[in-house]
Design a protein around this ligand. Structure first.
Ligand SMILES: NC(=O)c1ccc[n+]([C@@H]2O[C@H](COP(=O)([O-])OP(=O)(O)OC[C@H]3O[C@@H](n4cnc5c(N)ncnc54)[C@H](OP(=O)(O)O)[C@@H]3O)[C@@H](O)[C@H]2O)c1
Length: 308
């Protein structure tokens, strides 16, 4: 089968378009999927440049691709919820940039009928992460105030919509066309992080979700009410600042499974959550697609189209 792989860590030059053996079901709980589309997640780039080797080491050669949308081709003996022909989305963790990929049944869900393969793969990490941060950890409730830093990015666009559907008051930071995008998704306030300082403009926030990381994170503490929560999906927040402002602050890894997609997928089926695909590339353009994500300024998810 055709796939993307790399045999060394580095910039996107290490990416090869290759012919490799099709994966075979070895675990009775797995499904084999003919991949129609796969997301390009920022994590794929962190794996490729070797940045993740201390935290989550991978073996080379490596086929990237944490999530896919496609059609079930075969199922392991213990799989009960899926059969050949089902249109699904799945968390593959790796191996998604390929014509065929394996996923555990527990990481697979039926694709919403009202979305394309490209749109549905774009949802997987976004809604799984939003579920973990907003609800499982953040316990976000109606009328609470939430600030989403990096709200026009891939995960941010899902968070804005899921928070809004809960009845929360949603404030997002973004730049350029991202401002209009998050407003169109329901944000009550959109702050241009290049010209506005959130720590001056807003206060009394119950939950801050940081999708950007870096230095900009420090200012987010000041907007919280005492006892509020700051969760980052990018970098661990300062324990000193958490103590100073009397808030809970943690890095969260979303650990997505099919169960964590249920709430978001229901909203998609009801037409209450719109997938945002920023741009599509062909499988053989994976290096270009990763460079496009690395360059920043992308609103929504970049997706690889693998077969029509
Ligand atoms: N821990 C987890 O479980 C988990 C899950 C999913 C993703 N992640 C990580 O979370 C990060 C975001 O993922 P993503 O897919 O949403 O990436 P993305 O689409 O690149 O979104 C990041 C957003 O952050 C914005 N941003 C950058 N600098 C900013 C600043 N100083 N202030 C405010 N906003 C700023 C960007 O806006 P502009 O483009 O306008 O600059 C962009 O919209 C990545 O590092 C990813 O690896 C972690």
């Amino acid at each position: 089968m055709k796939a993307i792989q790399y045999k060394a860590f580095g910039n996107s030059d290490v990416i090869e378009f290759a012919e490799i053996p099709q994966p075979e079901i070895k675990n009775e709980n797995e499904v084999l999927i003919q991949v129609k589309a796969a997301s390009v997640n920022p994590l794929d780039i962190k794996f490729r440049n070797g940045m993740m080797q201390k935290m989550r080491p991978i073996n080379l050669p490596y086929v990237p691709g944490a999530d896919v949308a496609g059609i079930v081709i075969a199922t392991g003996n213990k799989v009960t919820n899926f059969k050949a022909g089902d249109e699904v989305i799945a968390v593959t963790r790796e191996g998604g940039y390929a014509e065929y990929a394996l996923a555990l049944e527990s990481n697979t869900a039926i694709k919403p009928e009202n979305t394309s393969f490209e749109e549905s793969t774009s949802l997987v990490v976004n809604i799984g992460t939003a579920q973990a941060l907003l609800f499982n950890e953040g316990k976000l409730a109606e009328r609470q105030k939430i600030l989403i830093q990096g709200a026009a990015g891939a995960t941010g666009t899902a968070m804005v919509q899921m928070a809004k559907n809960t009845g929360a008051y949603v404030i997002g930071t973004a730049s350029g066309p991202g401002i209009a995008l998050i407003k169109s998704l329901g944000a009550d306030e959109a702050i241009d992080y290049r010209s506005g300082d959130v720590s001056v403009l807003i206060n009394n926030v119950d939950l801050v979700v940081d999708c950007a990381g870096g230095e900009s994170q420090h200012k987010l503490f000041k907007v919280l009410k005492p006892g509020g929560k700051l969760f980052s999906i990018v970098s661990p927040p300062s324990a000193e600042l958490a103590e100073k402002y009397q808030v809970e602050a943690r890095f969260i890894s979303s650990n997505i499974s099919a169960g964590s997609l249920t709430g978001g997928l229901a909203l998609v089926r009801e037409g209450k959550l719109r997938p945002i695909v920023a741009k599509t590339f062909l499988l053989e353009q994976a290096a270009q697609a990763q460079d496009y994500v690395s360059a920043g300024g992308v609103n929504g998810k970049v997706v690889l189209v693998i077969s029509q």
